[in-house]
Design a binder for this molecule. Structure first.
Ligand code: ASP
Length: 317
């Protein structure tokens, strides 16, 4: 679709970017999701000008993203889809907590036909901090959303632009908390200009339409859990999940997809009972190299939490 409009829709969901603490030097004892998205925008000098003068703010949710819920994902996806379909809208910016940012990004990348940019941004310091990082991140996110040719779901934080598929939060405190691992970021935002070193991610029109329909009509999301393989692992957790009616299990395996034999036995029993089992690696970089005869499907480079989202969407279909 042709983009005629100049409007940038900014959707607020909460997070540390909207967090407040009682003291300016307190960067950990704050409460997330306190400041409205409209107020966040007003706090950034030059933001309206950078957007071309047409920012529209909407509060979709106000939560700490550790508590992200499927209902918020559903509302966010629907609002993004309607904004993307509006010829007056140039792009969408979403303010979000850092904790589950990569999950929301992958979910949206999987369900939207993002032929325009959908830019998630965040902060590692609350709005009341001595040096909050949210305002610069917002300015950079708007710069990405207004960049000609920008498309797909991306994450902008600490001056870097990451694709939804690769981005992970890799640090609990540092301001520069996100990484795309060995793939590297898509590019950087420097003084309001985007320096891209990779292509923008492409939207997935047919799949997206179907996924959006499934989300809209779904009463209950499929139950998919993540289990971890480690020294001394047992199959007890998996056996109890199967008894409890789990529909899918993602195992964060060691190394190149290896799984403790006790856990593997339980996963084989689960698979035989009809539970979908997907293998990812708990290594933070690289991806499993599959080999002939592998018993479990592999996550094709997705981290365990993102593979869980893909499996839920597959089960929904
Ligand atoms: N717990 C916060 C959240 O994810 C952390 C943050 O935003 O940095 O909402």
């Amino acid at each position: 679709m042709q983009v005629h409009g100049q409007k940038i829709v900014v959707l607020g969901t909460g997070g540390t970017i909207a967090g407040t603490a009682s003291a300016a030097d307190d960067n950990i004892g704050y409460t997330a999701a306190q400041v409205g998205v409209e107020q966040l925008l007003h706090a950034v000098p030059g933001l309206q000008a950078a957007s071309g003068g047409s920012l529209v703010a909407e509060q979709i949710a106000q939560l700490d993203s550790k508590d992200m819920e499927f209902s918020v994902w559903g509302a966010l996806a629907q609002r993004c889809a309607s904004a993307l379909a509006d010829p007056d809208v140039r792009g969408v910016v979403i303010t979000h907590g850092t904790d589950t940012l990569e999950e929301t990004a992958w979910f949206l990348q999987s369900v939207l036909d993002a032929h325009k940019p959908v830019v998630l941004t965040c902060a590692m310091r609350p709005a009341t901090a001595l040096v909050p990082d949210g305002p610069q991140n917002l300015l950079d996110a708007v710069a990405v959303a207004t960049t000609p040719g920008a498309r797909g779901v991306v994450v902008v934080a600490a001056g870097a632009v990451h694709c939804a598929q690769r981005v992970q939060k890799v640090h609990p405190y540092r301001v520069d908390a996100f990484s795309s691992g060995d793939a590297g970021p898509l590019g950087w935002v420097e003084e309001g200009a985007v320096r891209l070193v990779k292509n923008w991610p492409s939207g997935q029109s047919k799949q997206a339409l179907l996924a959006m329909k499934n989300i809209a009509s779904c009463v209950q999301w499929p139950r998919v859990e993540v289990v971890l393989s480690y020294a001394g692992a047992t199959g007890a957790l998996v056996d109890s999940l199967v008894r409890d009616g789990v529909q899918g299990i993602v195992v964060a395996a060691t190394g190149n997809g290896t799984i403790h034999r006790a856990l593997e036995g339980a996963l084989l029993r689960a698979q035989a009972a009809g539970v979908r089992v997907v293998r990812s690696t708990r290594c933070p970089e690289g991806q499993i190299l599959p080999k002939p005869g592998d018993t479990f499907a592999d996550s094709r480079g997705l981290s365990a939490v993102k593979a869980r989202i893909s499996l839920m969407l597959e089960l929904l279909a």
